[in-house]
Ligand binder design. Structure first.
Ligand code: 4AD
Ligand code: MG
Length: 462
């Protein structure tokens, strides 16, 4: 007999017929001469209730089941007597597949803290919260691909190992096969990178952007969706050392076109999630953030606000708020400033553009004022920066100048400069933090709870 998923069973038009279900026991209780077992197979937030009467030959086995056991059950699907579910299964055959000692199994029928669950990341997918999380991540990822595919963007895969710093910010993890106890050295005593695997220093990439630009300047519209790595020692609720980024790159596009794309994109992804992940989002809304769904609906129905950096700074200076970090033209916006703008001042997402060149990456297009660049950050309530992007500097001479000022060796970026020598065009792109997007959709406070296995400073278990 073919196994049915709990989700499909609960979606059936009517009860009746035999079903085979397999899953993990959430809870079991006895009432009178009947035992009730709730089982889950992760296909939906809902459990399926299995009912076994005392007269059944399986009753003793059922009584021995506890939270965490895996079981295989066949029986008849009937209308449930209880109020909390539509159907239940009158068990005919029950087989215990794997036990879970109740003295040892760490997940018991009570609310565990998120901190505790991080310590058992190999078991937390079995909780309601992390089952819902996995399904929302899946739904959001699918929506991202669908959005770009429907608009004719090509999905490209960019390398994870690289010799160039795409952001020029120096926060890269080194990749090496050298023996760290006894590395080969040059005469000067310095480690000889020429003897390393690639014959030169290599790193895990911080962004696929530079390679995405190569493909955009051939295929017009492309996007990446993959892991990126940042060796920043930031222990915050919004930073991971390994996170997933979505990076569209568009030829023949300026910053206005890019801001429009970003707005359409976020609205599409959140509409999709509200529609296709409704049950799981309702769960997060109930247990984690009572305003999560209303915030998502607000975003879908609002026109994003546009502010230049200079206007944003003026608003912050005149706000009368006390901030931890200073505000002033030339200083980067901190998360408290971003949140003030989007949450208190505007009450919807804000696209901040035209930042001072000295606080942004070398590849951003210089404005005519010689002071600011065509950068864009999309700020969202509760999260702050969710998207960072820019129009790219397509003029070779100006790009060279910017690289020099950033202390980058133009020889290492010869191919990036070639793109400006041969058939250069205006182009623009952005990066969306996938985990920040899932954080936003679910209302989860900590980014460690929206990725299966978070990597943060001093934390790499599982
Ligand atoms: O603003 P970032 O650093 O931009 C880039 O890397 C560009 N190359 C993107 C591009 O234009 N193609 O990062 C983009 C987004 C941020 O807005 C944020 O949502 C997310 O990536 N992000 C992080 N998410 C989790 N942990 C971190 N440490 C992150 N750093 C950035
Ligand atoms: Mg940024």
């Amino acid at each position: 007999m073919q196994r049915s998923r709990v989700k499909d069973i609960l979606n059936r038009e009517r009860a009746g017929g035999e079903v085979l279900v397999q899953g993990w026991v959430k809870t079991r209780r006895s009432s009178g001469a009947v035992s009730f077992v709730q089982i889950s197979d992760g296909s939906t937030l809902k459990d399926l209730q299995i009912v076994v009467e005392q007269s059944s030959p399986h009753y003793a086995l059922i009584e021995s089941l506890n939270t965490g056991c895996s079981v295989s059950v066949t029986g008849e699907l009937v209308e449930s007597q209880g109020r909390s579910q539509k159907y239940e299964v009158n068990a005919r055959e029950v087989e215990l597949l794997g036990g879970a000692d109740p003295e040892e199994y760490p997940l018991q029928k009570k609310r565990h803290t998120l901190e505790f669950l991080r310590e058992i990341a190999h078991l937390r997918p079995r909780t309601n919260t992390f089952g819902a999380m996995a399904r929302v991540r899946n739904g959001v990822a699918y929506a991202i691909h669908t959005f770009f595919q429907e608009r004719g963007f090509q999905y490209i895969q960019t390398p994870m190992i690289t010799a160039s710093d795409a952001e020029g910010a120096g926060s890269m993890f080194r990749v090496t096969t050298l023996d760290l106890q006894d590395p080969p050295r040059q005469g000067s005593g310095a480690v000889d990178a020429a003897a390393d695997f690639f014959g030169r220093p290599t790193y895990l990439t911080v962004s696929g952007q530079l390679e995405a630009e190569i493909f955009a300047l051939a295929l017009s519209g492309v996007y990446t969706f993959g892991p990126t790595f940042r060796a920043e020692n930031s222990n915050t609720s919004r930073h991971l050392a390994e996170f997933w980024m979505v990076e569209p790159e568009v030829a023949f596009c300026d910053l206005d076109g890019l801001a429009e794309l970003a707005e359409d994109f976020l609205k599409y992804v959140f509409s999709y999630a509200l529609d296709k992940c409704a049950e799981d989002l309702a769960f997060f809304n109930q247990w984690y953030d009572k305003s999560a769904i209303a915030t998502l609906e607000g975003i879908i129905n609002s026109d994003f606000e546009r502010l230049t950096y200079a206007e944003a700074v003026r608003l912050l200076e005149g706000s009368g708020e006390t901030f931890e970090f200073p505000v002033g033209w030339g200083l980067d916006l901190q998360s408290e400033h971003e949140r003030y703008l989007t949450e208190k001042r505007v009450g919807k997402p804000v696209v901040v553009t035209d930042y001072p060149k000295d606080i942004k990456a070398f590849y951003m297009r210089m404005n005519d004022d010689g002071e600011t660049v065509r950068a864009m950050d999309v700020l969202a309530p509760r999260i702050g920066e969710i998207i960072g992007g820019s129009q790219r500097e397509e003029r070779e001479d100006i790009l060279r100048e910017r690289m020099k000022l950033a202390g980058l060796d133009a020889d290492n970026y010869w191919w990036y400069l070639d793109l400006r020598r041969y058939g250069t065009v205006p182009h623009a792109g952005f990066g969306l933090g996938f985990e920040r997007t899932v954080q936003f959709a679910t209302g989860m406070q900590n980014i460690r709870d929206v990725i299966p296995f978070p990597r943060t400073p001093r934390n790499v278990e599982f």
